[in-house]
Ligand binder design. Structure first.
Ligand SMILES: Cc1cc2nc3c(=O)[nH]c(=O)nc-3n(C[C@H](O)[C@H](O)[C@H](O)COP(=O)(O)OP(=O)(O)OC[C@H]3O[C@@H](n4cnc5c(N)ncnc54)[C@H](O)[C@@H]3O)c2cc1C
Length: 379
């Protein structure tokens, strides 16, 4: 049995775990990252690549703003080009009611330093002639964009390893416990002893809550994605629509990546796949917004396994039951953009005991009231 002793052990080599590993190691701590497969092979590696601040819940705005400052420098941080392109994110409104929603949101976003450019339907068409004439208005976030998810997390894990993190792939954590002074984390033929533990196990994080007598209403989310054949690059912005029905972007190579609606997945068998009815419905909705997409061939479709929570906000912060245990999971389908900032936040929580970015809204205890209400109701 091999034994390893570190300051911090991290369960999960997605973008959250890998970004935390790099930040913690740079802060001078010794780190072991335990990943059951390959780093970035789950949600972090198969997502739609949207690097978007616009449209986020108000409590996520400070964290998304922090992340937005990190993305343009990520190629320097990681020493690799991860195809981050700051093309801008265009949110389309289909009705006057949606236009009002965009205007209201722009006021809130501005309070957090996120400036959104509001355009009428006519101006939207003048700027982006490929948008449907039926659009009533739009909001443009020029700092937003997209990146290649297949590159980002593996690049993080390589950077972490080159800084001295023990990146342990194909190392499934089977059990973890607090001994009173340390954590003991067990994987096949390996025991890791650590002072701190980070639960960044994505959709599987519930298993690690149970080891420490905690719970959260974590469920499975399986977003549906698909990609078209390549065509000449014309769609210069990442696109979303009020109501969130569909989102899409074109990469420089020409393929259009589209998403929205549910796919299918099973956590136990780790299987996920697209749903044909969702794919065809989303494609029709996208064509209504950008008619030039009509007639393109869909060449691949897929889904992935992501943790979901009832209020669509993540759990990030200290455990209620166990000292030195920090959780960061349940990113509800929009954690790729946030990942670099969450890594830094986790580092601050462990090193300083508090984060510079407000995260109280993401505490695990917010679900206690719900559980108590349910129990009271059942009685
Ligand atoms: C189809 C899809 C599309 C999405 N599109 C976007 C988008 O466009 N923009 C955006 O911002 N977000 C998007 N997201 C969300 C984003 O991908 C996730 O929020 C983010 O990747 C979560 O990162 P993570 O590190 O928490 O989880 P994960 O990437 O799932 O990483 C968790 C890791 O923990 C490991 N693990 C689990 N159990 C164990 C164990 N016992 N031992 C060791 N390791 C273990 C897993 O193998 C996994 O690698 C999308 C998600 C999906 C699924």
């Amino acid at each position: 049995m091999e034994r390893l002793s570190v300051d911090v052990a991290i369960i999960g080599g997605g973008i959250v775990g890998c970004a935390a590993a790099l930040a913690l190691r740079k802060a001078g701590l010794t780190v072991a990252l335990l990943e059951k497969g390959l780093c970035g092979a789950q949600a972090s590696g198969i997502n739609a690549g949207g690097v978007r601040q616009q449209g986020r819940h108000v409590t996520e705005l400070p964290m998304t703003r922090r992340a937005a400052k990190l993305w343009p420098r990520l190629h320097e941080t990681l020493g690799e080009d991860v195809e981050f392109r700051q093309v801008g994110h265009l949110r389309l409104a289909r009705s006057e009611q949606d236009v009002q929603m965009l205007e209201d949101y722009a006021v809130t976003a501005r309070e957090h330093g996120l400036y959104l450019q509001l355009n009428s339907g006519t101006v939207t068409r003048e700027m982006f002639p490929w948008v449907s004439g039926k659009i009533a208005g739009s909001s443009l976030a020029v700092e937003d964009g997209h990146a290649n998810p297949r590159l980002v997390t593996p690049a993080y894990s390589r950077a972490a390893r080159s800084h001295g993190v023990h990146v342990l792939e194909f190392t499934p954590v089977e059990h973890a416990q607090w001994t009173g002074s340390n954590f003991e984390i067990q994987a096949p033929r390996l025991v890791v002893k650590s002072r701190h533990l980070v639960n960044a196990a994505g959709a599987w994080a519930g298993k690690f809550l149970s080891f420490f007598g905690e719970s959260a209403p974590l469920t499975l989310r399986t977003p549906n994605l698909f990609v078209t054949e390549p065509v000449s690059y014309f769609m210069t912005k990442s696109i979303a629509v009020c109501g969130g029905a569909v989102y899409f972007r074109q990469v420089e190579r020409g393929n259009v990546v589209l998403g929205g609606g549910p796919g299918w997945g099973d956590l136990k068998s780790e299987r996920s796949r697209n749903r044909a009815d969702t794919t065809l419905g989303q494609f029709a909705r996208a064509i209504e917004l950008v008619p030039e997409l009509s007639g393109l061939h869909i060449i691949r479709s897929w889904s992935g396994l992501e943790g979901d929570l009832p209020d669509k906000l993540p759990i990030i912060g200290a455990s209620r039951t166990t000292p030195n245990l920090v959780h960061a999971f349940g990113l509800c389908g929009h954690g790729f953009q946030l990942g670099p900032a969450i890594g830094e936040i986790l580092c601050e929580l462990i090193r300083d005991g508090r984060s510079q970015t407000p995260i109280d809204a993401f505490c695990i205890s917010r679900f206690d009231a719900v559980a108590h209400q349910k129990m009271a109701g059942a009685g």
